[in-house]
Ligand binder design. Structure first.
Ligand code: ATP
Ligand code: MG
Length: 429
């Protein structure tokens, strides 16, 4: 991709309306533009990150046996009347009428819709268990949209829904999502703390929120600092993490006897990036969904729902990974693998070498943003650091004469000279 043909409006100054570093950097690096309070356009670079995150979520959902579908953003009020939530849901729900006067809403979540689809498609125990998910825009008219995509009004969520014949099966579906969440966040370069959340009438430990620890987080979390030591690559990690104490402040305050000795109790702020919940027959019963069991009896399936804040995750990743110069993308979500800087686009040898290198890297499956603009070197370096691509390759007249380029790893700042051939061989490993 040529920078000269791209839309990448970077800003030198820190925007005064952005309070936290991830919001500032998302605006400065040209990832998003606000179009109304809490509503953003995703510019080309931001969209690439959003897609990369969504694809990692998809990969881990598939491994957990979940099946993707796509439900609409617009829903009918009648559907929500079936569960009794239409009146219960407050002013966060955006309600409107179509031209025929029918009451509609922009979905803040999809339990009702998935239950109605499942109710209409499924009749028999043979069709269960199933976990279905979609990645779709939600609208919640938040009282205080803030911190950019962290608390937007329109935001992208992965929401999965499980259907099981038995409580035991429901627990297994829940456990599969719990494990998938840990793998998803690890693949995004994040360490998430699973925090036990209130479950309502069902009780047990079947609701967790996943928090990324960051000083700018909106939540406060108390947890056993042994959590920090758990090796996430260990297959026992999910069970170990669930056995350790972690609660949001509000819940922690209700606990009479905290099981963690004071010297081991950590208190940190966190960003909620996921929330999973097993709620049994709450929606299936209210909406009259039943399936026939093996012996002909009718069973009301047990359900769980599992959300990930896909757009919020971009903010969380930046909060966790940046420096004074800009964003440092984990390799897995970076909008391009490589930023190729041509210091002298006006020099025909430099231009030829840069275009050739871009073509070879792209042919080898690498994504490249090639800065071919007529601009000062210092400006190009600053822009590359700001947008945070994992690798920078710089081409200049001296190097071209010698057949070399300079390579920089954004995360460490380490630089070295290398021959173009060895760069291709080394980077392509
Ligand atoms: P919060 O407590 O942050 O308001 P929630 O508990 O209302 O979130 P859920 O209904 O559990 O959110 O939604 C699943 C996930 O969607 C959350 O864990 C979060 O990552 C994301 N999310 C929720 N609200 C927003 C929002 N306004 N902007 C961006 N992401 C959001
Ligand atoms: Mg939540």
């Amino acid at each position: 991709m040529l920078f000269s043909r791209y839309l990448l409006p970077v800003m030198k100054e820190t925007p005064s309306d952005a309070q936290i570093v991830s919001h500032q950097l998302m605006l400065r690096a040209g990832l998003i533009r606000q179009t109304a309070a809490g509503i953003y356009a995703w510019l080309p670079l931001g969209l690439r990150v959003l897609d990369n995150i969504a694809n990692i979520v998809r990969r881990e959902q598939a491994k957990a046996g979940a099946v993707e579908l796509l439900m609409p953003t617009i829903q009918s009020a009648d559907l929500w009347r079936q569960s009794g939530r239409y009146d219960a849901y407050g002013p966060e729900m955006l309600r409107f009428q179509d031209r025929g006067g029918r009451e509609m809403l922009y979905g803040p979540t999809n339990e009702e819709m998935i239950t109605s689809i499942f109710r209409d498609c499924v009749r028999s125990y043979r069709d269960l268990p199933r976990t279905l998910y979609h990645i779709q825009w939600k609208f919640r008219d938040e009282v205080r949209p803030r911190f950019g995509v962290m608390r937007g009004r329109e935001f992208l969520m992965k929401d999965a829904y499980s259907f099981d014949m038995t409580e035991e099966g429901g627990r297994e579906s829940y456990d599969a999502q719990f494990t998938a969440y840990l793998k998803t966040f690890a693949a995004l370069g994040l360490r998430a703390v699973p925090v036990r959340a209130p479950t309502g009438p069902i009780g047990g430990d079947l609701s967790h929120e996943f928090h990324i620890l960051a000083d700018t987080g909106e939540s406060e979390v108390f947890y056993d600092s042994a959590l920090d030591e758990v090796d996430l690559a260990d297959p026992e990690a999910p069970a170990r993490l669930r056995s350790l104490y972690a609660m949001e402040a509000e819940e922690h305050e209700k606990v009479d006897n905290c099981p963690v000795p004071p010297e081991r109790l950590a208190r940190r702020r966190g960003i909620e990036v996921g929330h999973i919940f097993f709620f049994g027959t709450k929606y299936s019963a209210a909406m009259g969904m039943q399936v026939q069991d093996r012996d002909g009896t009718l069973v009301t399936p047990l359900m769980g729902s599992y959300g990930i804040g896909v757009s919020r995750l971009i903010g969380a990743i930046i909060e966790a990974s940046h420096d004074a110069a800009g964003i440092i993308w984990p390799d897995s979500v970076a909008p391009f693998d490589i930023g190729l800087i041509n210091l002298r686009p006006d020099d025909s040898a430099c231009a030829a070498a840069a275009h050739d290198l871009q073509a070879k890297l792209e042919a080898a499956g690498r994504t490249v943003l090639h800065d071919d603009r007529e601009a000062r070197g210092g400006e190009k370096f600053a822009t590359m650091d700001l947008i945070g691509l994992p690798w920078q390759i710089t081409i200049g007249p001296k190097g071209v004469a010698a057949g070399t380029v300079e390579i920089k790893r954004r995360a460490t700042g380490e630089k070295h000279e290398a021959s173009i051939e060895s760069v291709l061989a080394g980077l392509l490993k």
